[in-house]
Write a protein that binds this ligand. Sequence first.
Ligand code: SAH
Length: 265
Amino acid sequence: MNSSSPSLFPLSLVGAGPGDPDLLTLGALRRLQQADVLLCDELVDARVLALANPRARRIFVGKRGGRPSTEQRFIHELMIREARAGLRVVRLKGGDPFVFGRGGEEVDALRAAGIAVEVLSGITAGIAAPASLGIPVTDRRHAPGVAFVTGQCRNNADQDGGPSGPNWPALVQSGLTLVIYMGLRQVDQLVQTLIEAGMAPQTQAAAIASAHTPQQQSLICTLENLGHSIRTQGLRSPAILVLGSVVAQANHVDLALQHPRLQQA
Ligand code: SAH
């Protein structure tokens, strides 16, 4: 491979949104229609993929918790190789590529290889999933703002060298609404950590799984009941958790007709 050969087209890092193609941007649609190669994450909805150039080669490089995942380095090498071959490469990611999507790392790797890259933002699940229940994440009547955090990182008290997790006591103290990605698998530990960090056990909570897909499921309960409710109702990843009084705004829009499986706990 000649590392100095320029790629003809910028590689497009594209956000596919949370599911429903109605939430795709026009820019994303254009890139999909023009693509020669699609490198897709597992969370990309099949209805979005159906809009892509039917002749485009599709390569699935899923990275989901608990399953064998494609190594990030391999994904970087693949993107670089396809771009250097002069092909229109679209790297398609669920939601927004720069929100918990490793988009930053991929841009760094491409830049280091001299590949031009453009970023097409997508609608992130942390906004669209709450919105599907009518929860406006920054409603000023409830909180001064919102924090998007991962539920997967260890507490920042842990010292084993990886990236540190959120400073939960500081987040609770901030009074911000918390929107938690990747929090379902360790929900009991998360709830315990939050209560120990000072969050009231009665804090209102919502969990929204597979938002904007036909499999969408959601529930509303209190922080202390979150793990139990999730298990009882059988919610599965991917899911967004919302914590804060803004959850009270849920279901002001009646989506129950569109999504018969939407239920309140
Ligand atoms: N880049 C993505 C997030 C990737 S991290 C975005 O901006 O949305 C993966 C996490 O995103 C999942 O664990 C889940 O917390 C959330 N997620 C992605 N798609 C979702 C969906 N359709 N419904 C609910 N949560 C979703």
